[in-house]
Design a protein around this ligand. Structure first.
Ligand SMILES: C[S@@+](CC[C@H](N)C(=O)[O-])C[C@H]1O[C@@H](n2cnc3c(N)ncnc32)[C@H](O)[C@@H]1O
Length: 376
């Protein structure tokens, strides 16, 4: 059956890459543009993909909006996460249908809408913002993307959540309960993401992924150090660069236009630095099952030689921002570009990660946060 446009359908009126309008069809509405007038009523009953002709004889295609179109056209109250980052976030954090997602900093709801569409129909996004003004804008954008059923928005300052065990020791008002538990992935987009790491950690499941959106390198540095202090591993910072190509017969070249800097991304996973069960020689080593994975080779050259004894697992490439987190982690470059000189390895777990250092060792003291509530 042909897919026809109806009253209230969302349609992208597409003239060219820079001239397109995302509308909700309302029989009486008329869109006035520099290429002429478009009557919504003329689109009703047409199949998606067909075209209208304006009163200036220009063709406009009636396209079904994708999430990319919603993201690019959404109402901005804040900076947003753009499509070039959205896809990578989903792939790197393994976000999929049925997952529980925690988001700190709803903003305009760009990331929220995209991720909600990925986790639906059984998953859910729990998104928090301290500013109710932005939440109203986000709600509109989320509604427009058709995913509001899969999103819970809450007006809350995540920094205010007390994650110490003695939450009333200061005699003040009781801290609110943690609003989410066992999240698969946490997404953080605010100016000082390190400030909410203890709270986010408590709401994540073990090994759960965290992604933070950091527009500046200064934020990346501070966040990476804080991730180590808060017992996260597999820390990796990235920048995604997108280049458009003008593809035309005989004169294909890069486009002069393009997106400049949007943001850096920082990824990590929740670990327990003090949990030692699978280390060689430690209690429980006999329970380790060899999965035959070649990556388990202790001489694996991919192991990031820049990993320090703080428990971080390096990504094995020079893009890892954690390489610059501590001075002790920074060593002389080895023959391999971007690598650092290998230090003697502490015992390793069978799965290729470093075993936690024995309690009280200098390494474990370095890994432990200066003062952090009990790791959840
Ligand atoms: C850059 S915007 C997020 C944009 C969003 N990722 C998007 O794609 O539309 C940052 C948001 O974080 C919110 N925020 C800042 N501090 C917060 C806190 N402590 N708890 C919750 N939200 C906070 C701000 O109000 C703002 O709306």
């Amino acid at each position: 059956m042909a897919d026809k446009i109806k009253q209230n359908s969302h349609v992208l009126f597409y003239y060219n890459r820079s001239k397109k309008w995302l509308v909700r069809i309302a029989r009486a509405d008329v869109l006035h543009t520099h290429i002429g007038v478009l009557r919504h009523s003329d689109a009703i009953g047409k199949e998606y993909g067909s075209r209208l002709t304006t009163n200036k004889s220009k063709y406009v295609y009636l396209l079904r909006p994708t999430l990319y179109d919603y993201a690019m056209k959404l109402q901005h109250g804040t900076q947003i996460v753009y499509p070039k980052e959205l896809g990578y976030i989903v792939a790197r954090a393994g976000i999929g249908s049925g997952q529980k997602i925690l988001e700190v900093g709803t903003g305009s709801g760009s990331l929220t809408s995209f991720v909600a569409n990925v986790v639906r129909p059984r998953g859910h996004v729990y998104s928090f913002d301290v500013d109710s003004k932005f939440m109203k804008i986000a709600q509109k954008n989320i509604d427009r993307a058709g995913v509001s059923k899969y999103v819970t928005l809450q007006n809350l300052d995540i920094k205010e959540l007390d994650v110490t065990d003695d939450s009333n020791s200061d005699g003040g008002a009781p801290a609110p309960e943690l609003p989410v538990s066992g999240a698969d992935v946490a997404l953080i987009d605010l100016g000082d993401p390190w400030e909410v790491l203890p709270q986010v950690r408590r709401m994540l499941r073990g090994s759960g992924c965290v992604f933070a959106v950091c527009p500046t390198m200064n934020q990346l540095e501070k966040l990476s150090a804080s991730l180590v202090e808060n017992e996260f591993t597999d820390i990796e910072s990235t920048e995604l660069i997108l280049r458009n190509i003008e593809a035309r017969q005989g004169k294909t070249r890069h486009s002069f236009q393009g997106i400049g800097h949007t943001t850096y991304l920082c990824f990590a996973r929740k670990a327990y630095f003090e949990r030692d069960a699978d280390a060689y020689g430690a209690v429980g080593a006999d329970r380790v099952i060899d999965d035959g994975d070649a990556d388990d080779d202790d001489n694996d050259d991919d192991d990031d030689s820049s990993s320090s004894s703080d428990g971080r697992g390096g990504a094995g490439d020079s893009t890892s921002a954690t390489e610059g987190v501590t001075d002790t982690a920074r060593a002389k470059p080895s023959a391999k570009a971007g690598r650092t000189t290998k230090k003697p390895d502490p015992p390793r777990s069978r799965r290729g990660g470093r075993a936690a250092s024995p309690k009280g060792s200098p390494a474990s003291r370095k890994a432990a946060p200066a003062k952090r509530p009990k790791a959840a």
